[in-house]
Design a protein around this ligand. Sequence first.
Ligand code: ATP
Length: 764
Amino acid sequence: MAGRQDEIVHEQAVVDELYARLDVLRARARGRLRDVRREGPSGSPQNRSERDAFATLYEDRAAQLDAVEDRLAFGRLDLAAPEPDGETAVRYVGRIGLTDDEQRSLLTDWRAPAAEAFYRATSLQPAGVRRRRHLVTSGRRVTGVEDELLDLEHATDDGGQLGAASLSGEGALLAALATRRTGRMSDIVATIQSEQDRIIRSDLGGALVVQGGPGTGKTAVALHRAAYLLYAHRRQLERSGVLLVGPSRSFLRYIDQVLPSLGETGVVSTTLGELLPGITATVVEDGAVAEIKGRLLWADVVRRAVRARERVPERDVRVQLDGHHLVIRRRDVRDAIARARRTHRPHNEARTGFVRDMLARLAEQYQAAEGREHTPEDRAMVLEDLRGMREVRVALNLAWFPISPKKLVDDLLSRPHRLAEAAPELTDAERAAVLRAPWAPWTESDVPLLDEAAELLGDDDDVSRAEERALAAERAEALRHARSVLASGAAAGAMIPVDAETLAERFASGGPRLTTAERAATDRAWTYGHVVVDEAQELSPMAWRLLARRVPTRSMTIVGDVAQTASPAGARSWSAALAPVLRDGWRLEELTVSYRTPAAVADAAQRVAKAVGLPASPLTAAREVPGAIVDVEVRAGGTADAVAHAVAELAREFVGADGGGRVAVIADASALPSLRAAVDDALPDVLGADEFARLAAQRPEDQQVTVLAPREVKGLEYDAVVLVEPVDVAAGPGGWSDLYVAMTRPTQRLTVVHERALPPGFTG
Ligand SMILES: Nc1ncnc2c1ncn2[C@@H]1O[C@H](COP(=O)(O)OP(=O)(O)OP(=O)(O)O)[C@@H](O)[C@H]1O
């Protein structure tokens, strides 16, 4: 024991030194920020924008250094041989890389190649590692060390354990898994397992699908991969950005601390419903309608709907200019439409050419009617007159109607004749299911249709194009300037890795605040360097089309579980879901260890999945928790009381007054109101009025005790779950998948309350 205590004292000294260095760097970044701000708003606009740009860099750096306080250093590698450069054979691994003023490495960033062995080395393949040490810390204090000896030849009897176990840093891992849930996901950087690390560090190129059962760390891995890719491919990704698509706002909130704690803030996180600027689609739609709207055939439907706005009139239209009769001839319109279509430009943009063509034909008729050759000035005037004539405008609009994506899709979904014309492949019943009132609120499955429409229509906005050209010129100028600033060494003192392009963008954006993420989030057609999709099994074929457009390189990380698919529009097989957009251009990785659920819960969920034919991946639980399943069978009508009693007891056991600990009741949506009332009745007696008042005052997203439907707990987790009448959950909109999701939410305890028989497999 004394040996171990000595080790802790030794590591404390190292950790103290690392925090001291962190404090120095923080003070420096703040000092520089103060200096820049002190200069005030004087000087030329160029100087001001330069100062703003540097201020942002220092702010970012200060924020990054603040974010890494918790568990700054968590690992140590003792290497078998001195490294080639003669540096020390001991390497510390932490949240970020730190060097001293002479650029000697003090701490290795977990994402650096030099840290890889910390996650991957095993006693069979030690990769030069003799000992791997996990540092257990609380605040800045080292409270323990956990050693694994990997290179058995050099093993000494120093209390370390053999690294043959399949879990690395088992003690640290199990401790992390057993801690109370806070309602926010935390990073797993200190305990990433080797099968997870392989995925996190997988190449940037191409699409990577990560399939894994519930609780295998898919979300955690996806987030750490985003942080890794931003580190390993910073130049490429910082400017194009990374997009993270999650299933709901509450899910995004659940994960929103992970990337900042890894020092990364540049990821655009969104749901599909909020992906298009100017649209917030939060209405939950009936699954059957979502399925119809998610079918790929809508690509053709929307295309036809656009084409329907380019149409030859039923008859020629006669107009008069200065007493001369002119005819908007059907055949001219047909020719002009054909010619405009041949440009393959979006509808609203191609319209300009169509109108110009038609006006030119009318101007020719006018010249013929006048019987004299027009000078260029005459011609310009005639064209101007024609353009100003109301009848001409109306006739040309009818032939080629300028229309916004919203209007096009709204018309399509609210006007039976438009839908019938554009979607002949749907049955009458399907069309009736899809039709809704004009300007009804947008739903999530409308978003891919709106995006499809926006692609085909384009934005008829000459102004924005002109602005873009001006911006490009401004950027080029800023780049020239940034290069000269860098050459002058002005950024060197900042100790901030910055290249000319990044600096130029900061200069050119005219202000300090416009990050890549912000610019990307407001530009519908932005193409990202990488896209991460979580709960990807829920996406419809049309949603995949939309996402593929966001990343022309197809560099994607797609994580999900086809056994948890609740939406009828979603996927039951990755091949089927991805073939239309990726063909076979994707690679598959599987995660098989459940870190969340206790073994008994994971086993029960697997048995049910197998019994009902869900495509569940193999799943081994990382840990046993005694008494993890509690079966409460009640007489008819006794459910609400039993649930209330169970929740109250679990709240007493798991919920802390410090805000830690989460308990959820999960039931079919129809049962929620009565269960909520029963729980609210029971809690004060068991917990006391004060504790109940504290819980009742919590905001919905922070509630430590909640009553929810399966779709609301997707991707989330709780210390304890009360699952109510499993057969009813399975009969709900998400079917057996909903039950599978509900069963696999707890980290410690699953209490099942039921009046009717449990589903097949539940009890083994
Ligand atoms: N290597 C690890 N170290 C510590 N905790 C881990 C590790 N891997 C996963 N976890 C924890 O396990 C839990 C489940 O992880 P996560 O939510 O990423 O799983 P998932 O596969 O996305 O689950 P679901 O399919 O239910 O959405 C989380 O609390 C996560 O922090």
